[in-house]
Write a protein that binds this ligand. Structure first.
Ligand code: NI
Length: 210
C-alpha cells in the first residue's frame, strides 16, 4: 500500500530529524562549558562557590563577606606552578588593567582572587611575595589544609599532590578554571588559562554592571 509506505517513510524521516536535532542540542550542550554550568541552575544559582574562611597575604582573616556586592575573578593554583598558574593570573591581571582603561567604574567592582591548593608550602609570606608579581589588588588566600579543602570543594576544584621526578619536591595537579562570580556570589562564567585577555575583557565589559 503506497500510503503505508509513505507513512513509514515519513515516520522514519521524522525519527532521523528528531535524532539530528537531539544530536545538535547535545553538541551545543557539551561545547558550552561555562554556559552549561549556568543552565543547570535555571535560576542562575548554581552549585559553585560558597562561604569560606581563609587568610590573605597580609595575614588577615578573610571570609566570603569580603566579596559581597562585588564581582570576583577567582583562580585556584599554587605558587610553585611552572606555567599554567602564572599564565592564568597574568591573563586576569591584563584583562582587569584593560578594563580599568576602558571602564574604570567597572574594573573597580571586580576583585581578582588567587586561592592556593598547596597550603603546605604557600604560607602567608609565600603568597605575599607571589601576589606582588601580578595585579596590585590581587587577593591571595591561603589557609589550613582543611580550609583549603572546604573552599575547593565548594568551587568544584580538583587538586592532588604529585611527586616530581627529582623526589625532592612535588607539584600539584589541579583544575584550572578562572571563575567570574557575580555580586550575589553567583557563578557567571568560567575561563581557562588559554582564554585571551581580550576575550575576558569582552565578557567583563558585557557582564559587569558599573
Ligand atoms: Ni598551576
Amino acid at each position: 500500500m503506497p500510503q503505508t509506505w509513505i507513512g513509514r517513510a515519513g515516520m522514519a524521516l521524522s525519527i532521523v530529524l528528531l535524532l539530528a536535532a537531539l544530536g545538535m542540542a547535545g553538541w551545543w550542550y557539551v561545547s558550552q562549558p561555562g554556559d552549561r554550568l549556568q543552565a543547570v541552575g535555571g535560576s542562575g544559582h548554581v552549585p559553585i562557590g560558597g562561604p569560606f574562611e581563609l587568610v590573605d597575604q597580609s595575614g588577615r582573616t578573610v571570609t566570603e563577606t569580603v566579596l559581597e556586592g562585588r564581582y570576583a575573578l577567582i583562580y585556584f593554583g599554587f605558587t610553585y606552578c611552572p606555567d599554567i598558574c602564572p599564565t592564568a593570573l597574568w591573563e586576569m591581571s591584563q584583562a582587569l588593567d584593560m578594563l580599568a582603561e576602558q571602564a574604570p567604574e567597572k574594573a573597580e567592582r571586580v576583585t581578582p582572587v588567587f586561592i592556593t591548593v598547596d597550603p603546605e608550602r604557600d604560607d602567608v609570606a609565600a603568597m605575599k611575595q607571589y601576589a606582588s608579581h601580578f595585579h596590585p589588588r590581587l587577593l591571595a588566600l591561603t589557609g589550613t589544609p582543611e580550609q583549603i579543602a572546604d573552599v575547593a570543594r565548594e568551587y568544584r576544584v580538583y587538586y592532588r599532590k604529585v611527586e616530581d621526578a627529582s623526589a625532592t619536591t612535588y607539584l600539584m595537579d589541579h583544575s584550572g578554571f578562572i571563575y567570574l562570580m557575580g555580586p550575589d556570589g553567583d557563578f557567571l562564567k568560567s575561563f581557562t588559562h588559554q582564554t585571551k585577555p581580550e576575550e575576558m575583557l569582552a565578557e567583563l565589559q558585557a557582564r559587569v554592571q558599573g
